[in-house]
Ligand binder design. Sequence first.
Ligand code: PLP
Length: 358
Amino acid sequence: MKLEELDTPAAWVDLDVMERNLLRMGSYCKKHGLALRPHIKTHKVPELAYRQIDSGAVGIASAKVTEAEVMASAGVDNILIAYPVWGKHKWRRLAELVRHATVAIATDSVEHTHALAEGMGKAAKQISLLVEVDVGSGRTGLPIDENLPQRLTCIAETGIPVKGLMLYPGYIKQIEEGTIERLSGKISSVIAEYEKAGLTLSVVSGGSTPTAFYSHLLPGVTEIRPGTYIFNDCNCVRIGAAAWEDCALKVRCRIVSTSVQGGAIIDGGSKTFSDAASIHGPGFGRLVQCPEAPCEKMNEEHGYLKLAGSGFSPSAGDLVDVIPNHACTTVNMHHLLYGVRNGRVEEIWPVAAQGKIH
Ligand SMILES: Cc1ncc(COP(=O)(O)O)c(C=O)c1O
């Protein structure tokens, strides 16, 4: 089937670009002796997790227990749930999951670790922990202070093996002079506090896409968890983590109306792209056929292209492609992803972990 024969809107992946992205990250990690643990929240597709493993990944990361279940049921092993898993429903599911896969969980409090140990019962012995420390995201993670060694000791006392540390530098949206040095300083002090607790440090799990290629400069980091790198998106380009030609995911849409002067409407709105805002500047994605025509607004079913001054004058019925602001939330709106090479659909992947919010 040809790309132009797909019903619209359709989320499609340029296979040549995706394969280049996978190769680049795999080679970088190999060169620097870093373990690659891609975050699968970007694609949510077991077949793509296997592509990542083929390109050197040691396992995967997920945010949700249910995402981990989808991957494990497809045979993907060595899963880090990089999120503080709370609640009896999830702990029960985890207890079942560890019968089929090797699972590590991120924790960021003594209370959480105790609750997890109790909630999982005997199965808690099957998991291991990475303790998340806040290196600046202000989101989750233990603070770096003099209480850290004591907190780590209390976490270890639950009897669940603590393998090391987890850091999320994803809050860094622009690498400027001093950014990596400041982050390095924080990581060094976390490691120093960890060592005071007398625990074995075998893993320091760091980096997401924005800082991934700087990971070899960060002291002690043993693995990275980039997710978006497989596809990249407008936000990656706008923060300098990728170029437009590295964006593998596009959404093919049809122009459904040009009746209102100065604009055109595509059949993709927030139900197709999510309403993820752009990190820098306005706009809801980049129109491949004419980047000068901004996608300036989205309703649920309508995307508004501003044509005035762009030189672009499509007709109703024409096909266009839009690179989304945020690949992960866009993929989550779709049942299928189409893998395309030279204009032909080579692969169709069900987005098996779409909508897995638990
Ligand atoms: C804990 C954690 N690790 C890794 C990632 C991957 O980030 P990115 O998609 O920017 O590579 C995320 C993304 O939200 C995350 O929350």
